[in-house]
Design a protein around this ligand. Structure first.
Ligand SMILES: [Zn+2]
Length: 374
């Protein structure tokens, strides 16, 4: 889905997509037609709609601040953060570096729910101040929702924040990140099966529709546990490898002042790469995804240049040849471009893509399966 940039907050890009509008519409509708009229039946419909709108904006803001909590904590640990994404499924912060150690992971993971609980607490206090009925109702709903969000996220199952806190703590206690991942994946899976069973039982015996949601949550946790196992396998496969082992050396480059027309005719048509480093007088100045060049209407191909379309160096992911592959992976795969410039100072050494990493994983998986087929 196309992402829409909203702006910058706490120094990181905040983006969203259209699914957030669906969430907002659903929330406003649920609140103005059900929740608020049930609480204060004598308020006018206009007031209900206004309250529902304010509460929805407050809710989205709460989700955003939860993520800002993670981002600020990550920043304190010296981690790089690419941005915050808000969507129908909630929010998440995109980290482009790994957690330095267990305690850091626990602190970063805990910061989000802590913010939610704080916001919830403040909202409850506002509701208790009895300013006016509409204000009380909105504040108490926001209090309830944010406290629930904080508590729910602390459930110790990956990929929830509580699961990450637990992972960080076990990592610290065992001194072994891989062991922590195995244990946490196991706990996450147990929670997942428990919720699925509970949800189905609720639905079958009590006819409670919310049972479906409980089962769905369980399924979500099961997927999280699987991806935790996979990410651990990834780390093991990349162990000991450096960016230099994976990258493409001396890739096909383009210069910034070439027009899009010439770029397509002379380079893109014959080379068929998806992304090209842009080099100006020996200095790497950006990264040009073919897709961005092709988005320029044909009419303007002779006016627009590579410079107009490229992702400038400051915004492009950059890694060094000597970086450990495990550390470079988030920067490459966590970025929409799926590619990173490999630089030595300003000089281009190569280009590395998410596919280069995937290739290592596939070879590893193949090698591991081989003995079983003998
Ligand atoms: Zn969180």
């Amino acid at each position: 889905m196309t992402s829409i940039r909203i702006g910058r907050l706490a120094g990181v890009e905040v983006s969203t997509d259209w699914s957030l509008l669906v969430l907002c519409a659903l929330l406003v509708w649920t609140l103005e037609s059900g929740i608020f009229p049930a609480q204060d039946p004598h308020l006018s419909h206009r007031t209900d709609v206004l309250m529902a709108s304010v509460a929805t904006v407050g809710f989205i803001l709460g989700v955003l601040l939860h993520e800002v909590g993670h981002v600020l904590a990550a920043r304190r640990e010296g981690m790089r953060v690419d941005g915050i994404v808000l969507s129908f499924y909630g929010g998440y912060a995109r980290f482009t570096s790994n957690f330095p150690d267990g305690p850091a992971e626990a602190r970063v993971a805990f910061a989000g729910p802590l913010v939610s609980l704080l916001i919830g607490g403040i909202a409850v206090l506002v509701a208790r101040a009895h300013v006016s009925e509409p204000v009380d109702a909105v504040a108490s709903w926001l209090g309830y929702v944010n406290v629930s969000l904080g508590i729910f996220n602390l459930v110790p199952a990956v990929p929830l924040d509580g699961g990450r806190v637990l992972h960080g703590l076990i990592w610290r206690a065992r001194g072994d990140e891989a062991a922590a991942s195995r244990i946490c994946a196991g706990i996450g899976r147990a929670f997942g099966y428990l919720l699925v069973t509970l949800g189905i039982a609720l639905f079958m015996t009590q006819g409670v529709f919310s049972g479906v949601w409980v089962a769905f949550m369980g399924w979500f946790l099961l997927m999280g546990a699987t991806s935790e196992t996979q990410s651990e396998a990834t780390k093991q496969a990349l162990a000991g490898k450096r960016v230099g082992d994976l990258m493409t050396r001396s890739p096909v480059t383009v210069t910034p002042d070439v027009t899009i027309g010439r770029f397509v005719d002379e380079v893109a048509d014959s080379q068929r790469h998806s992304t090209y480093p842009v080099v100006d007088g020996g200095r790497a100045v950006g990264l040009l995804p073919l897709q961005r060049a092709l988005m320029v209407p044909r009419l303007h191909w002779d006016e627009r240049t590579v410079r107009d379309c490229m992702v400038p160096r400051a915004e492009a992911p950059v890694v060094a040849e000597s970086d450990a592959a495990v550390d470079a992976l988030p920067a490459v795969a966590g970025n929409e471009l799926g590619h990173a410039l490999v630089l030595d100072g300003d000089t281009l050494v190569g280009i590395v893509s998410a596919t280069d990493f995937a290739r290592v994983l596939e070879t590893r998986a193949g090698a591991r399966q081989a003995p079983a087929t003998r």
